[in-house]
Design a protein around this ligand. Structure first.
Ligand code: CMP
Length: 140
């Protein structure tokens, strides 16, 4: 039986890249059964980060968010598989890493909030917007 497939975006944040967690993180998704459809490392520009996080533009932590995500290289991947948005979010864990359940990426690898290792799209609409912004300077 074929399973309905969905795409989502994950971005390993600058803390995750600096700490050498890219392989571990992408590997978890591959072992779960997701297909890596796109993979790209870049240091995001300030305008690109402001657009990427535009849903948070009125939040008090917006400046901190943009400054952190542009502080070094990040690795973004489009992952494809069954119920990808919700399944990947479960594997990522709670936003506050110190509260994230053991076994999740944030639960296993950090204690931060702004520096919470990884971003994952929270809906199909967010995926379309965020992947458009993330891959805007790449082809295909
Ligand atoms: P992310 O999944 O990338 O989506 C938005 C990010 O905002 C979130 O992960 C956190 O890194 C960050 N964030 C959420 N709440 C706060 C907060 N109160 N202070 C600073 N950063 C926050």
């Amino acid at each position: 039986m074929s399973s309905p497939s969905e795409d989502t975006l994950i971005v390993v944040k600058p803390d995750g890249v600096r700490r050498g967690l890219v392989g571990e993180i992408i590997g978890r998704f591959e072992r779960k059964g997701f297909l890596v459809k796109k993979l790209h490392m870049q240091t995001m520009s300030k305008p690109q980060a402001e657009e990427f996080y535009s849903v948070h533009k009125d939040k008090p932590f917006f400046g901190e968010l943009v400054s952190f995500i542009t502080s070094g290289p990040v690795v973004g991947a489009v992952l494809s598989g069954r119920d990808a948005v919700a399944t990947v979010r479960r594997m990522v864990g709670a936003t506050k890493s110190w509260e994230a359940a053991a076994g999740t990426i944030r639960g296993d690898f950090g204690l931060g909030l702004t520096d919470n290792t990884i971003h994952a799209s929270d809906s199909a609409e967010s995926f379309t917007k965020e992947s458009g912004v993330f891959f805007s300077k790449t082809r295909g």
